[in-house]
Design a protein around this ligand. Structure first.
Ligand code: ADP
Ligand code: ADP
Length: 224
């Protein structure tokens, strides 16, 4: 599960076109990157797939169902961090699960499992400010994965990290993706990052946002 189908998605803001009739399909389990220069509409496209922004025309289906509004079958990791500073790492993950209907103890147990997945079980009781930027972004990833979404959406998740941490995080993400066969749609303006991570790359151009090409990557990658 976890396909994404976009048909003729157009978005304009105050009459200015940000996306011009974009169509694509993401296969279940695919790691799909969207690249292009700043302002070409990458974030807008991701937000439309998430349901945070409505397309001016065209449609998006996730797993065959039309996207209407944000929903737990789609989780997002944004650039920078969106952790609640007053909660522990464990509770940052557990809180969303409780909101989703799990009982406190179940939520905490599940949060713990996902912290193990990102190898942060030792800092479960730390506050976010006690962690490095890379660790915080791992917590964001664990929190997104813990809701067990059909698709994981990522918007320049590593952009704020230093080069070395970024590399570690890229490997970490590949390891997890490989292990879970999770559909990922990953937005970046860095071609090298897209090539390193993705199976398929949608290249957008600017003025206005249009598909320039779709590239399949089939070079040996670190996980192979
Ligand atoms: P990217 O993620 O590729 O940098 P964005 O999707 O953020 O591109 O933006 C695409 C275009 O749409 C840009 O010209 C941007 O200024 C414009 N835009 C994005 N969000 C809004 C908004 N909420 N209101 C008006 N214009 C917007
Ligand atoms: P990105 O990191 O993708 O380049 P931006 O920094 O361009 O994103 O945009 C950050 C936020 O500001 C987004 O939520 C976007 O929708 C909004 N935004 C971008 N451009 C405009 C604009 N021209 N008018 C209003 N909001 C905008």
């Amino acid at each position: 599960t976890g396909s994404i189908d976009a048909k003729c998605v157009t978005k304009s803001y105050n009459g200015r076109i940000a996306l011009d009739s974009i169509s694509f399909r993401v296969e279940p389990g695919q790691f799909y990157a969207v690249v292009g220069p700043s302002g070409c509409g990458k974030t807008t496209l991701l937000k439309i797939v998430h349901g945070l922004v409505r397309a001016s025309s065209g449609e998006v289906h996730v797993n065959g169902l039309p996207v209407a509004e944000p929903c737990r079958s789609r989780a997002v990791v944004f650039q920078g961090d969106s952790l609640m500073p007053w909660r522990s790492v464990l509770d940052n993950i557990g809180f969303g699960l409780e909101m989703g209907g799990l009982k406190r103890e179940q939520a905490r147990a599940k949060a713990r499992r996902y912290l193990e997945l990102v190898e942060l079980e030792d800092v479960a009781h730390y506050q976010p400010h006690q962690l490095s930027g890379g660790m915080r972004q791992r917590v964001n990833l664990a929190r997104a994965l813990a809701v067990e979404p059909e698709v994981l959406l990522m918007d320049e998740p590593f952009a704020a990290l230093d080069a070395q941490t970024r590399e570690v995080m890229q490997e970490e993400l590949l390891r997890i993706w490989h292990q879970r066969s999770q559909t990922v749609m990953f937005v970046t303006h860095q071609i090298d990052e897209a090539v390193l991570l993705a199976d398929r790359i949608l290249v957008l151009g600017s003025r206005p946002g249009r598909v320039i090409r779709v590239v399949d990557v089939d070079l040996p990658r670190p996980r192979d």
